[in-house]
Design a binder for this molecule. Structure first.
Ligand SMILES: C/C=C/C(=O)SCCNC(=O)CCNC(=O)[C@H](O)C(C)(C)COP(=O)(O)OP(=O)(O)OC[C@H]1O[C@@H](n2cnc3c(N)ncnc32)[C@H](O)[C@@H]1OP(=O)(O)O
Ligand SMILES: NC(=O)C1=CN([C@@H]2O[C@H](COP(=O)(O)OP(=O)(O)OC[C@H]3O[C@@H](n4cnc5c(N)ncnc54)[C@H](OP(=O)(O)O)[C@@H]3O)[C@@H](O)[C@H]2O)C=CC1
Length: 476
């Protein structure tokens, strides 16, 4: 069926089944996708999926407004995502013009879901309320529950009015930039739009669910040689690393650059490392265990620092940094590079490392930051910044073009997924807990509708070429 106009004067259309249509469940959608999957035809039609009505409700991973103060007074480390993330049946929202409803086969854990689940630095309901004030249509997002998740791979079920490039049945991944683009400020770089939001973090109806609502300009083709959970995992971090490191909006990395990469086997770092290597740069990977160091070597990195084994402590106490440690760290980098300092420091740990990052960057070098996992009030010695003509660049996610380029690298088999393990939708809390405790490697996938790992591969030949690289992180 086509979308059924609601008759509402807000331009929205009903994604759900009309009164004259048989009721379907999410299970029916899955069966239709699986039937197509089993036909084993690489060009198989997902017309069966396209023809199905849309279920009235679906299961999503939510945080609840009534629980937003549940961790008040606790230390960040002790706040437990397993207590705050619930799997709950939610009504299927209306589809607005320019939007698409997707059946989500798989998603992934991102740290923003960890932040949402511990209600830091602030409960995300504040974002939903603010978005809800923009228009009649955005008011849909302002609910007492927040369906979270900023990555997805799946199948388009419905498109709203005005969508021409995507159709029901398309196999897609979704990037997480949600942008209104009504303001002139967003028309040079969409990340500068004042109504720029991260889908599933600052908007509702996110990807850790059986279905999700996205703007059609979040959609990109699913890499055909990857399974659902592999395809779902790079999106957010790969796009962010692309802008932060490669794009002219970020550090504009070039061949030969020495790039210091914190957390090099983690979410962002696993992609930054691959991009540095692929672009002819020289990554210096920082990790915190021999196993993580080994993962970096498997990606092709030669210069690796195990910050735990080498005992780097950049703070003497809560208030006092230790410049001797910055220097020891710099000496270690020089030892590895043959005397060179980093042209680029790929920053995200924040407070704990930022002083060291500014110190070790080369004269004229760039510290590019997109986060502050260990604390957002940074301290650094500004003399090393201005006297040595260094620059700090703030970077955040990616515009559609950058996300598309990052996805293209994955589709071409030039950048590979870093999935280490997957969980079922029910176990999302556990998955987020592992990421919060830094007990994971690479990316942790979540099977939403996909019953098992490994489904959804359409190009076996390209996969065979890269099978080993695709599986580098598996089981770690
Ligand atoms: C892709 C994945 C990404 C990640 O994982 S990133 C990591 C997770 N994300 C985070 O941790 C970030 C979470 N977000 C935040 O912490 C907050 O979101 C911000 C600090 C970024 C912003 O704070 P806020 O309170 O939401 O908004 P305000 O822009 O500070 O606006 C509040 C009021 O302050 C006014 N204001 C802003 N700038 C100025 C100024 N320069 N001079 C005067 N007033 C200003 C505004 O207008 C508004 O006012 P009015 O409340 O009345 O509407
Ligand atoms: N602005 C944006 O667009 C984006 C921001 N982010 C933010 O970036 C941060 C990292 O995300 P992501 O890479 O996915 O997370 P991960 O947890 O997957 O990886 C981060 C890595 O950083 C390292 N790390 C953590 N704490 C410290 C520390 N105190 N000192 C040094 N290294 C540390 C760890 O590696 P090891 O222990 O091996 O050193 C860890 O594996 C999060 O805060 C997230 O919210 C993420 C994506 C986009």
């Amino acid at each position: 069926m086509a979308v059924v106009p609601t008759g509402a004067d807000d331009g929205s259309t009903r994604a759900r089944a009309g009164a004259d249509e048989p009721e379907v469940t999410v299970q029916d959608i899955l069966e239709a996708i699986m039937a197509a999957e089993e036909s084993n035809d690489p060009d198989r039609e997902l017309a069966g999926v396209a023809g199905l009505p849309v279920p009235e409700s679906y299961r999503g991973v939510v945080v609840r407004a009534e629980e937003a103060r549940m961790f008040d007074g606790m230390a960040t480390r002790d706040k437990d995502p397993r207590k705050a993330l619930h799997v709950q049946e939610v009504p299927t929202p209306e589809l607005a013009p320019g939007e698409a409803l997707i059946a989500v086969m798989a998603s992934a854990i991102n740290y923003n879901t960890v932040w949402t689940s511990i209600f830091e630095p602030l409960p995300t309901f504040k974002f939903l309320q603010r978005y809800g004030r923009v228009s009649e249509l955005t008011r849909r997002h302002d609910l007492p529950y927040h369906v979270v998740g900023s990555d997805a791979a799946g199948v388009v079920l419905r498109t709203g009015p005005g969508v021409t490039r995507w159709a029901p049945g398309d196999e897609v991944v979704a990037h997480c930039l949600s942008v209104e683009l009504e303001d002139a400020a967003g028309h040079d770089d969409t990340m500068l739009d004042p109504q720029q939001r991260i889908w599933g973090f600052e908007t509702n109806f996110g990807g850790l669910a059986e279905m999700a609502v996205v703007k059609a300009n979040q959609l990109m083709p699913k890499p055909r040689h990857l399974s659902w959970e592999e395809a779902a995992s790079p999106g957010l971090v790969n796009s962010t690393a692309y802008r932060q490191l490669v794009s002219h909006h970020g550090a504009d990395m070039k061949q030969g650059d020495v790039v210091l990469i914190w957390g090099a086997s983690g979410g962002l770092g696993g992609y930054a490392t691959q991009m540095a290597l692929g672009g002819g740069a020289i990554p210096v990977c920082v990790v915190s265990s021999p196993e993580k160091a080994e993962l970096c070597r498997r990606m092709g990195a030669e210069l690796v620092i195990d910050r735990a084994a080498e005992g780097f402590r950049f703070w003497k106490d809560e208030e006092t940094q230790d410049p001797d440690e910055w220097r020891r760290f710099g000496e270690r980098i020089r030892e590895l590079t043959g005397g060179e300092d980093p042209d680029i420091v790929f920053e995200h740990p924040g407070r704990e490392t930022f002083g060291a990052s500014v110190y070790v960057a080369r004269r004229g070098g760039t510290i590019v930051t997109c986060a502050s996992t260990s604390g957002f009030l940074h301290q650094y010695d500004n003399r090393y910044l201005w006297m040595h003509l260094k620059r700090i660049i703030g970077s955040h996610f990616a515009n559609y073009h950058e996300a598309w380029q990052a996805n293209r690298l994955v589709s071409l088999g030039k950048v590979h997924p870093t999935v280490s393990r997957t969980h079922s939708l029910e176990q999302t809390g556990q998955a987020a807990y592992e990421v919060h405790r830094n007990a994971h490697q690479g990316k942790v996938g979540v099977r939403c509708l996909a019953p098992t790992d490994g489904l959804g591969v359409r190009d076996g030949e390209l996969r065979a070429e890269h099978e080993e690289a695709i599986n580098r992180f598996r089981g770690h």
